[in-house]
Design a protein around this ligand. Structure first.
Ligand SMILES: Cc1cc2nc3c(=O)[nH]c(=O)nc-3n(C[C@H](O)[C@H](O)[C@H](O)COP(=O)(O)OP(=O)(O)OC[C@H]3O[C@@H](n4cnc5c(N)ncnc54)[C@H](O)[C@@H]3O)c2cc1C
Length: 428
């Protein structure tokens, strides 16, 4: 039976790009298609959590995202009486340690993160095929036959596996008739990337906190001359997202007429939902990222969870394609779905706190304690060990075979397995 490719990936957002990069470095053949003719241009997911930074280090581009982005600014909260208070985004200052080299989230607009990812993919010899939409597929015991089309052409390809990294409205999820239960959260909001005058770029400005319907948050986007404006709006009706419309909205909510929006490079109005797919896999077809879970943006979890889904699935697909038992693929849903379920709870709780103006991102938002202890892949170890099977492997300084200084993360980097032995130094 002949195949055009091993893996077809539908959707070149953060999840699809992560999957593509990891498959590329593992030498697996794949096609990455994207319905839009151009890359996504919005700032949307602007927070890279420490756990994702660790993945980016393994995938070979953490220095580039760090150079393009920067630390989150402090929050400046303006009170109705005209006073203001500056504080940290996190519950306390978080410090780098040998085991946690990336302690705090990095700010980088989503369009810039995805640009770095495409650059890394290009280094590995691959490119997303823009303007190509998945329009149908059928699967059998051996593979998937998929139909896709551009503006002028339509064709079929045969792949061993299909992964839908095609966002919250996932065509793949719908086609598989996977239920997406959850709730509408009764909050509609705007998000817009703007150039404006009247605010300085040293802090994240938050007006009217504690007033859920009229707050407005204006955040300078590191590495750009843009600000990201976020504000709840009425559940129905047209919203004027022009520079004049946003200037008026900001003026009405801040009482300041000196904040003037000059241009809008991207904007969106969206209703917040918290939903989780019932299944992540049907036969040879998978969903990952927002296709499998949607939730409010509070806490900056979505892009990160999407990257981590793809990173979990990619090595398993590569292993099965190289001869590992197909049952390995079941561990993807077993491991990742509970993580998304907890994350939905976290982001919804933070949304409630944000409405009251009391939200602070705590350690849970940084995702460093996520693990898979109860996974079928994790053998219970001695309870006296601090690190158990399924836990995140911590970084630590260590010595290489020649006595040179190195780090565990440097030793882990790549597609190989690493066996760590805890043997006495002086063993003959
Ligand atoms: C205001 C806001 C702020 C946010 N802030 C954060 C944050 O700070 N941190 C964070 O982690 N997350 C944040 N998020 C969430 C984050 O943006 C998403 O979780 C993330 O984009 C999900 O990535 P993805 O690759 O799964 O899906 P997407 O980014 O939605 O990508 C899916 C892609 O699939 C393509 N596609 C769809 N259908 C087809 C088809 N049939 N054929 C081919 N291609 C198709 C789409 O065009 C799209 O490019 C925020 C979201 C919002 C709205």
């Amino acid at each position: 039976m002949s195949f055009d490719t091993d893996v077809l990936i539908s959707g070149a957002g953060a999840a699809g790009l992560t999957l593509a990069i990891d498959l590329a470095r593992r030498g697996v053949s794949f096609r990455l298609i994207e319905q839009n003719a151009q890359p996504f241009s919005g700032s949307r997911g602007k927070g890279i959590q420490p756990r994702t930074m660790e993945i980016f280090e393994d995938l070979g581009f953490v220095d580039r995202v760090a150079a393009a982005g920067g630390p989150y600014p402090s929050l400046c909260e303006y009170r109705p009486d005209g006073t203001h208070k500056v504080s940290l985004l996190t519950e306390a200052e978080v410090l780098r340690t040998p085991s946690e080299p990336y302690p705090a989230p990095l700010m980088l607009p989503q369009f810039a993160t995805e640009a770095v990812m495409r650059e890394r993919l290009a280094e590995l010899g691959h490119y997303p095929r823009f303007g190509m939409r998945l329009t149908g597929f059928e699967q059998d015991a051996h593979g998937v036959t998929a139909k896709m089309g551009g503006e002028t052409d339509e064709h079929m390809i045969r792949a061993r596996f299909l992964v839908g990294t095609d966002g919250g409205r996932s065509f793949v999820r719908h086609a598989l008739a996977i239920d997406f239960p959850g709730e509408a959260l009764g909050v509609r909001a705007i998000v817009a990337d703007v150039r404006l005058e009247g605010l300085d770029r040293s802090v994240w400005h938050r007006f009217q906190l504690g007033s859920p319907a009229t707050q407005v948050m204006i955040c300078p986007l590191t590495g750009t001359d843009l600000f990201q404006v976020q504000a709840p709006v009425a559940l129905d009706g047209e919203i004027d997202l022009s520079p004049a419309g946003l200037t008026a909205l900001i003026g009405a909510r801040t009482g300041r007429s000196n904040i003037v929006v000059h241009s809008v490079s991207w904007s969106s109005v969206y209703a917040m939902n918290a939903r989780l797919a019932d299944r992540y896999r049907v036969g040879r077809v998978f969903i990952a990222g927002d296709a499998a879970h949607v939730h409010p943006p509070t806490g900056g979890q979505g892009l990160n969870t999407s990257v981590q889904d793809a990173y979990n699935l990619s090595w398993k697909l590569a292993s099965v394609l190289a001869g590992a038992p197909e049952a390995l693929l079941d561990s993807y849903e077993d491991e990742r779905r509970p993580i998304a379920s907890n994350m939905l709870g976290l982001s919804t709780r933070l949304l409630e706190e944000a409405k009251q103006g009391t939200m602070r991102r705590d350690r849970e938002a940084r995702q460093l304690d996520l693990g898979y202890r109860s996974s079928s892949l994790s053998m219970p170890g001695s309870v006296s060990c601090r690190v158990q099977a399924g836990d995140r492997a911590p970084d630590t300084p260590c010595l290489g075979q020649a006595g040179q200084r190195t780090r565990l993360f440097t030793i882990f980097q790549g597609t190989h397995w690493t066996l760590l032995g805890y043997e006495p130094h002086d063993r003959p």
